[in-house]
Design a protein around this ligand. Sequence first.
Ligand SMILES: *[C@@H]1O[C@H](CO)[C@@H](O)[C@H](O)[C@H]1NC(C)=O
Ligand SMILES: *[C@@H]1O[C@H](CO)[C@@H](O)[C@H](O)[C@H]1NC(C)=O
Ligand SMILES: *[C@@H]1O[C@H](CO)[C@@H](O)[C@H](O)[C@H]1NC(C)=O
Ligand SMILES: *[C@@H]1O[C@H](CO)[C@@H](O)[C@H](O)[C@H]1NC(C)=O
Length: 433
Amino acid sequence: MERLVVYLLVISTAVKAMMCPKRCMCQNLSPSFTILCTKTGLLFVPPSIDRRTAELRLMDNFITTLRRKDFANMTNLIHLTLSRNTISQIMPYAFFDLKGLHALHLDSNRLTYINEDHFKGLINLRHLILSNNQLNCISPGSLDDFIETIEDLDLSYNNLVNVPWETIAKLSNVNTVSLDHNLIEFVPEGIFSNLHKLARLDMTSNKLKKIPPDPLFSRIPVYAKSKGSPLSSLVLSFGGNPLHCNCELVWLRRLTREDDLETCASPPELMGKYFWSIKEEEFVCEPPMITHRTPKLTVTEGQSASLKCKAVGDPDPYVRWISPDGKLVSNTSRTISYENGTLDILVTSLTDKGTFTCIASNAAGESTAPVKLLVTPYPNLANSTNCDKDAEPGPSDILISAKSTKPSAYISCCVVPFLHFCGVMGIKLTGMN
Ligand SMILES: *[C@@H]1O[C@H](CO)[C@@H](O)[C@H](O)[C@H]1NC(C)=O
Ligand SMILES: *[C@@H]1O[C@H](CO)[C@@H](O)[C@H](O)[C@H]1NC(C)=O
Ligand SMILES: *[C@@H]1O[C@H](CO)[C@@H](O)[C@H](O)[C@H]1NC(C)=O
Ligand SMILES: *[C@@H]1O[C@H](CO)[C@@H](O)[C@H](O)[C@H]1NC(C)=O
């Protein structure tokens, strides 16, 4: 009996010792089991980690890849730190068993992208720290498993030009979003409106020319500096961006702040001036002015037409078109309305003729100009003499599919330079008959 007890004791201590990986420090402060393997020269996650571990710290090593088996079955793990390694690859579903994980630190590694299956399974994640990597892409679905639990998302010091804004907009529990020191050029309007718990938003040192006002910013007090800002307020940091200081930034100028060194990058007269030293009245916009337009254009029915209207203003105006029958022209298979003011009608018809109106608008106003389009009917084709000798018994594919009859067949034969138009005409004629 005594021998058996001793025997069991030896076995159990042996098992315990085996569970602590070489050169690591393990603490069993029941109920939490902690493993520390920092600066131990690890090249991969040790396989001998006790699956009951609650806290695992593997920072300052040389781990390059996270494999599926590395964290398998570790359902008790709450805190995982992998900071300052050389991780460039996360295998799909590597964290899948970590249903209890609250904090994942992956900062200072070599990750270049995050996709949908990297973070699958992390249904209780609250802190995700991805700063100081080389991220240039984050797939929209990649944060979905913790979209309602995440409190702290740190994407700072990466190479992000685009952020999955639709996903950011759904982080209903988020308190801190760090996007600073990236290459972000654009923030869509209204993204933060449902983030009721947002208290800190850092967009310092990006490529932003403007930051749109957000419904959230008007509901709670917004401060541009954290010092002395009361609770239940939002601290918004935006220094180090090439701000274009026009009327669209007046709202930002009205924020409470301490002395800061943000400057304006444009317009020229405000370049380099301290943002907070500029008077509100100097943040001005210029209403659009139409500088060039097609005064009048004549095309033959079926040809394409390109109507141009160029406008200047501050901010850059956008141009829309009104057709002669008074309707806003939208993008269709036949018409493309480009943002630079060009309206392309790919195949004109007689009904297009008339006066189009281009409308240039921006935050400061609107400006309009008429553009005349004349569409002349296509010369009667049935009368062309060299048509007969080229006449094919069968019409083109398009015409067949349109169940065309004689008139279309004539057109298909004669309108060689306008084959595209020909097909459309054929359909039209058939439709009308
Ligand atoms: C995880 O658990 C399963 C089932 O209990 C087992 O087959 C597997 O070997 C375990 N994996 C690891 C890495 O412990
Ligand atoms: C129409 O399409 C063009 C080219 O794809 C695009 O630039 C433009 O914004 C679109 N216009 C509208 C009104 O959607
Ligand atoms: C506007 O953009 C379209 C498509 O990119 C281009 O074909 C057209 O020439 C441009 N027009 C002007 C006035 O720059
Ligand atoms: C075709 O030509 C004939 C003779 O030149 C002419 O009488 C006829 O009107 C023309 N048809 C059409 C549709 O123009």
